[in-house]
Design a protein around this ligand. Structure first.
Ligand SMILES: Cc1ncc(COP(=O)(O)O)c(C=O)c1O
Length: 395
């Protein structure tokens, strides 16, 4: 390929396939530009993005406030490590803590969701002096060694063999199954509050209250993996502390995806009591807390606030649910806010393809009957109408 010369879609595909490992099943489009809820492809087509680049584009693609902040930061300082103080990092940490439930008073920055979960589990083990972590069938926590060992979903633990010891499985939503394994060896109970990849599975608010009680009673740490549910996706800043959790705030919340609007960044929010046990060198990462990522965090949170995106999620979710009643093939609508699973009687893959043919990007799940929607938080009612009309035309 000659630098600076435009290449065709076929050439892009041939080149990616030749030089990259074949680890992903890709849609037959090449994303070139994004604006809000829209993606423009290399051949000039326009797609409605209801998948948000895998739940990452929370503020929408290339939100002007985020882009401006990143442009400014890029000209000022791209990176320096945690060995120096930084105004940009100070602002990001303060802003993130300010939108979190009051009990979560300190943050550790890293680079991805899996890394946030690794650090969350490590902190729980350090805090309790125990080894075992309970996670749930259907939960997904990432692909690094400890996180994949905590992932009792489909093939993942198998891929991660040999698994890290110290992982116990319980059934999501079933408190008796937790009771059966939550003994004095358990450092933490960790869960995706809404199991996205499994097919957008939810649990009753009482389940979270019961988990909180078990942890309090047995001296274990409660961790919410909010890599998908965090940063506004459910119509609240976090699932933690919200009505769907019966107001329960865990000891640690892990975050990534939408936190940097596309700039890779992960984080663990922790309580004072966990924070007080963490000493110098207990955790660390070169890139965590770098200035470019920190500028993205602050601008992301500001954009969500300024554009009142949380209110938008709640309003547009109501409209979407209402309109979906017109589609008789939709058996149920699962989830909350903009983390929704549309359940069909038949395979969702066919509908995914039908929608893609109609220039709408959606997601599938490990439950073959579920189509996932993880749109930017700025999705409006007009785009919802467009989607529902397209969905109806698929049948
Ligand atoms: C709930 C959850 N946790 C953790 C991860 C891992 O995040 P990352 O891919 O950034 O490592 C994901 C990724 O999809 C996720 O959905």
């Amino acid at each position: 390929m000659t630098p600076g010369t435009a290449i065709s879609f076929d050439q892009i595909v041939a080149s990616e396939d030749k030089f990259q490992l074949a680890t992903y099943k890709k849609m037959a489009i090449a994303a070139e530009r994004g604006e809000g809820v829209w993606i423009y492809t290399s051949d000039g087509q326009k797609y409605l993005d209801l998948y948000g680049g895998h739940a990452v584009a929370g503020t929408g693609h290339c939100h002007p406030h985020v882009v401006k902040a990143l442009q400014k930061q890029a000209e000022q300082l791209l990176f320096y490590s945690n060995l120096v103080y930084s105004e940009t990092r100070a602002r990001a940490a303060e802003k993130l803590v300010s939108v979190a439930p009051a009990q979560l008073s300190k943050v550790f920055f890293c680079n991805s969701g899996t890394e946030a979960n690794e650090n969350a589990m490590r902190m729980a083990r350090m805090f309790t002096g125990r080894e075992n972590i309970i996670t749930f069938s259907g939960g997904f926590h990432g692909r690094t060694a400890d996180a994949i060992s905590a992932t009792f979903l489909g093939k993942y633990r198998e891929i991660g063999k040999p698994n890290v010891p110290g992982h116990l499985e319980a059934e999501f939503g079933n408190i008796e199954s937790v009771n059966a394994v939550a003994d004095e060896s358990v450092a933490a109970i960790m869960l995706e509050p809404i199991q996205s990849m499994a097919g957008v599975r939810t649990a009753a608010p009482k389940f979270f209250r019961n988990l909180r009680d078990i942890c309090a009673e047995r001296g274990s740490v409660l961790i919410f993996d909010e890599v998908q549910t965090g940063i506004g996706r459910t119509g609240e800043w976090f699932f933690a502390g919200g009505p769907a959790a019966d107001g329960v705030v865990p000891d640690i919340v892990s975050l990534a995806k939408a936190l940097g609007s596309g700039v890779p960044v992960g984080a663990c929010l922790v309580t004072d009591s966990i924070a007080s046990t963490i000493k110098e060198n207990d955790l660390g990462t070169t890139f965590g807390g770098g200035m470019f990522a920190m500028a993205a965090v602050t601008a992301t949170l500001e954009a969500i606030e300024e554009d009142q995106m949380l209110e938008n999620v709640r309003r547009v979710e109501t409209h979407l649910r209402e309109r979906l009643k017109e589609v008789e093939q939709v058996v149920s609508v699962k989830g909350r806010g903009f983390l929704l699973g549309l359940e069909f009687a038949d395979k969702a893959a066919t509908i995914h393809k039908g929608l893609l043919d109609r220039k709408i990007i959606t997601g599938t799940a490990s439950d073959p009957k579920v189509l996932r929607l993880l749109p930017p938080l700025c999705l409006g009612v007009d785009e919802v109408d467009l989607f529902v009309d397209a969905l109806r035309s698929c049948f």
